[in-house]
Write a protein that binds this ligand. Structure first.
Ligand SMILES: [Cu+2]
Length: 505
């Protein structure tokens, strides 16, 4: 087993524009294969990175300052992970290595949103059926928040992200700057991901499910749990900190794994932001759940901890079991060993940003999260019992607000993500599953439970729990066009738990 806390936490570089096109910053990012040391005792690992870095460089942008990005693919022709060619979009007649970049949480026109079928290969030699343009533009009109960019290619997203194609994208604005939260070197993004390795250092991703079945090989797996935890691309790193407040922008960038973060010294997280920006007020939490793709913006105060070593733990129960503290129950370590370089004059204001509660809406949709068996007896997860290739069924009107009732008939929590929009969680309510299966009627068996305090900001990914109706309220806009909504468990998303949707004029 790999030793914990042997490597310092890497901090991703901030990417700089290569030029300006009519005063708009222009960035060029090249996807490249590279060899990286992910742990002191692990042989170097072949990974795929944006500009050859895993995780990719961090974008630091200003609100209302659009940017152009040219995403280029210089990856090899053969994939480094097992492709299931029975999965839609990954068939044998398609190129093995296809990429398209999505800015998760970005309010982006569809031509730059990274539609899964808008993929392209090395040097744009081949492009997918919905390829739109090479140069992407991000308007950045949304309030300050923590987004992330990652691959979204049809049928192989789970493999491309696992190979390393992900990075942070942070939007800043004046309102946030005025709050005087910890900044500069005291403001750190943390990308948390689980991985498994072969003894020779290669990334290990299963080529078939555990259960014996007459499936094709390689085959998709219904879920993936790695046996080590990486932060910013290092296995179980440590981070030397000063006795002061820090701001951590935490992203769960894992394929399937959920986390319940806590600190070993019992200190709380002061959460100031969720997926789509600042909360109304800071929320003090002892532990913090993040599903894949969710983000939390938190302040941790080390000011009274000089000399201590504090472990960031994970206590999320999977199938009724807590993770082993020796392995996936540990995330990283903070060592409060540095002396103060300057006094900590940061603050955590009582009020952060207004979050106007949405109440008015024009339409309601009831959408099932359900399952089916494929011809190999494997489980397919579906959105409203439809396949990716079925005709578009969700067509909200531009400028209108809808309530979506997500009825989770499955046994698992699905983090549901909509492109383009931000939304608010209204509530969750248990329903009678048997009755729904037999008669199709939705009969609640308990009250509507409002979201937790730290879920009451703007979101772009919501945990829809099994046996519950999760209600979200979504203003559609500001752009019309073709987008997707999907489960962010990458193994589900790749295997049919994703649907196109169209915002119509
Ligand atoms: Cu799912």
């Amino acid at each position: 087993m790999l030793k914990k806390f042997t490597d310092p936490l890497p901090i991703m570089k901030t990417i700089r524009p290569t030029s300006y096109i009519q005063n708009v910053p222009f960035y060029e990012v090249t996807m490249q294969e590279t060899i990286q040391k992910l742990h002191r005792d692990l042989p170097p690992t072949r990974v795929w990175g944006y500009n050859g870095q895993y995780p990719g460089p961090t974008f630091q942008v200003l609100r209302h300052q659009p940017i152009h990005v040219l995403w280029k693919n210089e990856l090899p022709d053969r994939h480094i992970l097992p492709i299931d060619t029975t999965v839609h979009g990954a068939e044998k007649n398609n190129p093995e290595v296809r990429t398209v970049v999505h800015l998760h949480g970005g309010v982006t026109p569809d031509t730059s949103d990274g539609y899964p079928e808008a993929w392209f290969t090395r040097d744009f030699q081949k492009t997918g059926p919905h390829f739109t343009n090479r140069l992407y533009t991000y308007p950045n009109h949304q309030p300050s928040t923590n987004l992330w960019y990652h691959d979204h290619a049809m049928g192989i997203t789970r493999l491309n992200i696992y190979a390393g194609l992900a990075g942070m994208y942070i939007i800043h604005d004046q309102e946030e700057a005025r709050l005087n939260l910890p900044n500069g070197v005291f403001d750190i993004p943390l990308i948390v991901q689980d991985r498994s390795f072969h003894v020779d250092g290669r990334l290990l991703y299963p080529s078939e499910p555990d259960k014996p079945l007459t499936a094709p090989r390689p085959s998709v797996v219904p879920e993936f749990f790695g046996d080590t935890i990486l932060v910013n691309g290092k296995v179980w790193p440590y981070f030397n900190v000063e006795p002061r407040r820090y701001r951590f922008r935490i992203l769960n960038g894992s394929n399937t794994r959920f986390y319940r973060f806590s600190l070993s010294n019992g200190a709380p997280f002061i959460q100031v932001g969720s997926d789509q920006g600042l909360l109304e007020i800071p929320i003090r939490v002892q532990s913090l759940i993040l599903a894949p793709a969710e983000r939390a913006d938190v302040i941790v105060d080390f000011s009274t901890c000089y000399g201590e070593s504090i472990v960031l733990r994970n206590e999320f129960e999977t199938q009724g079991e807590k993770p082993d503290p020796e392995t996936t129950g540990t995330v990283m370590q903070f060592r409060v060993v540095q002396s103060l370089t300057c006094p900590d004059d940061s603050s955590i204001p009582a009020h952060l940003a207004p979050v106007a509660k949405l109440t008015h809406y024009q339409q309601t949709r009831t959408l099932r999260l359900n399952m089916r068996k494929d011809s190999y007896d494997r489980s397919i997860h579906l959105l409203d019992d439809r396949l990716w290739s079925d005709p578009v069924s969700e067509t909200p009107r531009l400028g209108q607000t809808e309530i979506w009732n997500l009825i989770n008939e499955t046994q698992a929590t699905h983090p549901i993500h909509l492109h383009l929009v931000r939304f608010q969680i209204l509530d969750r309510q248990p329903f009678d599953r048997d009755l729904f299966e037999k008669e199709g009627r939705i009969v609640p068996t308990g009250p509507r439970v409002p979201p937790t305090l730290n879920e009451r900001g703007w979101k772009d990914t919501v945990r829809a729990n099994p046996g519950e109706i999760t209600r979200i309220i979504i203003p559609f806009g500001p752009y019309p066009g073709l987008f997707v909504w999907h489960c962010h468990i990458l193994e589900h998303e790749d295997y049919e738990m994703m649907r196109p949707y169209v915002v119509i004029r």
